[in-house]
Write a protein that binds this ligand. Structure first.
Ligand SMILES: Nc1ncnc2c1ncn2[C@@H]1O[C@H](COP(=O)(O)OP(=O)(O)OP(=O)(O)O)[C@@H](O)[C@H]1O
Ligand SMILES: [Mg+2]
Length: 220
């Protein structure tokens, strides 16, 4: 589902984040990625989504090399195959929650308000379909972003700290939903998190350091 080979990235004016980074994910595999703030976790997700270009290396999503695609083709691949929960939620302020969650389906020509409403209900916001983002708390917005990322049943879910604003009980529920959805769809997922508790919901836990991405060793 995802194959990353010899990836290298340095932001202009920054220090090298990674070089020679390789890993792969099979369909249905769910991994957590941990690592210190600033190590490059969000950058890695952006590279996988084709939102930033690597300096070197190759990223294949569902067999297609995303870094080699023209913008329009990369956008199509993203729309069809990827779900992305951004660290900053990126909900659209002038759309209701129902409309926000429906956007991925609309872009695919598969408008389905019932599915969007069901996803909002699944994250505990079934009573707020016609509310606007400004009326919501940070944790509620985070749940809207999760519903939107899953609504079109993506083959690969990229989630950047999706439970960072949630209380432990809600975080647990949202992670269970996330796992059930990706299991039901046979999708792969990468969960970036600072929470060992959230990471424990994944099949395996990797740690990103300047040396690369490696299985995380339990704290001594
Ligand atoms: N567009 C950019 N231009 C220049 N530098 C950037 C850019 N985006 C990120 N950086 C820098 O690259 C480094 C990695 O950033 P990134 O957001 O990937 O870290 P992170 O591991 O997600 O951290 P956090 O856990 O705090 O979210 C940081 O030092 C950041 O300041
Ligand atoms: Mg980040």
């Amino acid at each position: 589902m995802l194959e990353v080979t010899d990836l290298a990235k340095t932001h202009p004016g920054g220090r090298p984040l990674f070089a020679g980074l390789s890993f792969s994910l099979r369909a249905g595999e769910y991994v957590a990625v941990m690592g210190e703030s600033g190590v490059g976790k969000s950058t890695l997700l952006n590279l996988i989504a084709g939102l930033e270009a690597p300096d070197a290396g190759e990223i294949r999503v569902a067999g297609q090399c995303i870094s080699g695609l023209a913008d329009a083709a990369a956008a199509r691949l993203r729309r069809e195959k990827l779900g992305f929960v951004f660290q900053a939620f990126h909900v659209l302020p002038h759309l209701t929650l129902l409309q926000n969650v429906g956007v991925p389906l609309l872009l695919l020509g598969r408008d389905d308000p019932a599915r969007a409403a069901a996803m909002l209900a699944a994250v505990g916001l079934g009573g707020r379909l016609r509310a606007y983002p400004r009326e919501l708390s940070g944790g509620e917005l985070q749940r809207v972003a999760i519903a939107r990322a899953l609504v079109h049943r993506p083959a690969l879910l990229l989630a950047d700290e999706p439970t960072g604003n949630l209380d432990p009980a809600t975080a647990g529920e949202v992670l269970a939903l996330l796992r059930d959805e990706i299991r039901a769809n046979g999708a792969a997922a990468i969960l970036v998190t600072h929470s060992a508790h959230a990471a424990a919901s994944a099949d395996r836990v990797l740690e990103l350091t300047a040396a690369g991405l490696a299985p995380r060793r339990p704290a001594p």
